[in-house]
Ligand binder design. Structure first.
Ligand code: PLP
Length: 391
């Protein structure tokens, strides 16, 4: 049997060698501190679980859901966009579609809009799905470098005219995975203008909109006047409400973008379990106080790891959002060399920055998904073996 050629196009799994090492160490009984996964370690809040207990006993949830999502869920999504971002006038029938988590919807958006000869504009470093979905769709990706000196925002001036003309989709993600960077509404305005000029569907992956600290509230791209002419935004319950396993989110914005995505989806999947959509509605009615108590857990861990690394000479500042800390490797190391050293000497597992694109070389990512105690322990292990940023 032979795999389809499209599978061979997918780049080799960058973490394969590190995974092999990790498994070797685990087999030897080494206590690994896993700072690699962007998967919340706390349970889903109880008020959401209570809705599930009831919804599962309601037999009307047991059959196929409407493809686009239940009317109640789409209306709740529209209300939440209004309440949270002040975005009004969204039509729940034509401008919203439910998703089985964002990953699925991101991938299927490429299938709806990209074909051979088309370009996609994607960030580097960035969430790997943008690249692999371009390959699945048979398109060509142009990577927009995210550089520290530009606050990890893409510089639209480096996109060649002929690439912009052939581009169908432009992807951004702020608050950003993996860099933790933020975008302003002014920057979103620039993007909207650029995408209008070249007739590109602007796709904003807003998976971390609620995971922000120090009082910061990330914006929606749909807050930009006229954004709906070109933009769609991807929202997910996964990270904010500790619901990664539930697989639910929604996409909102430009009606053509939503229609294309919904058409692919209606041929690929059959929607989100209605009981889960009921839970998502409950999640969006979480009180501000409860949401803050979920988020403050990460803020506390962030402070521990940032202070610890700063005490070891790391030139880093606390990120204002996301589950991640993006840190430079000490001078003289490649990303892969340094994460291998951390694993071998300290039993600490982190992904190398180049796993998110070539521009990630020279960095590693720390996920805030282990307890305070394990955060302290990780810093202590670095101290014990004398790993510092620089002498
Ligand atoms: C986690 C993540 C997603 C996907 O989350 P789902 O669980 O599929 O909703 C999408 N984009 C980014 C940048 C992420 O980090």
């Amino acid at each position: 049997m032979q795999f389809a050629k499209r599978l061979a196009k997918i780049p080799p799994y960058l973490f394969a060698e590190i995974d092999r090492k990790r498994n070797e160490l685990v087999a030897k009984g080494v206590d690994i501190i896993n700072l690699a996964v962007g998967d919340p370690d706390k349970p889903t809040p109880i008020h959401i679980l209570q809705v599930m207990h009831e919804a599962i006993d309601d037999v009307s949830t047991h059959n196929y859901p409407p493809y686009q999502g239940t009317k109640e869920f789409r209306e709740a999504a529209v209300k939440w966009m209004e309440r949270r971002f002040g975005v009004t006038g969204l039509n729940p029938n034509t401008e919203v579609v439910s998703s089985i988590g964002s990953k699925e919807a991101i991938h299927n958006t490429f299938l709806a809009f990209v074909e051979a000869g088309d370009y996609t504009l994607i960030p580097d470093p960035g969430y790997p799905v943008y690249r692999t979905a371009t390959l699945f769709a048979g398109g060509e990706s142009f990577t927009m470098p995210l550089k520290a000196e530009n606050q990890y925002l893409p510089d639209l001036n480096v996109i060649p005219e002929e690439v912009a003309r052939k581009a169908k989709l432009l992807w951004i993600n702020y608050p950003n995975n993996p860099t933790g960077a933020l975008a302003t509404l002014e920057f979103f305005e620039e993007l909207v203008a650029f995408c209008k000029q070249y007739n590109i569907l602007l796709c904003h992956d807003n998976a971390y909109s609620e995971m922000a600290y120090d009082g910061y509230k990330p914006p929606s791209i749909l807050q930009v006047p006229g954004a709906k002419d070109v933009a769609i935004e991807f929202h997910s319950l996964s990270k904010s409400y500790n619901m990664t396993g539930w697989r639910v989110g929604f996409v909102v914005g430009n009606a053509i973008g939503i229609k294309g995505l919904a058409q692919v989806k209606s041929n690929v999947d059959s929607g989100v379990f209605k009981a889960i959509q009921a839970c998502a509605i409950a999640a969006y009615s979480t009180s501000e106080a409860e949401l803050q108590s979920l988020i403050s857990v990460y803020q506390h861990r962030r402070d521990i790891i940032v202070k610890g690394l700063q005490s070891l000479g790391w030139p880093i500042q606390p990120p204002k959002a996301t589950l991640y800390l993006w840190a430079p490797v000490p001078p003289g190391y490649t990303s892969t060399e340094f994460v291998t050293l951390l694993l071998d000497k300290c039993g600490i597992l982190v992904p190398p920055g180049n796993g998110y694109g070539a521009m990630g070389e020279g960095f590693f990512r720390i996920a805030l998904t282990v307890s305070d105690e394990r955060m302290y322990e990780a810093i202590q292990r670095l101290k014990d073996v004398g790993i510092r940023y620089a002498e």
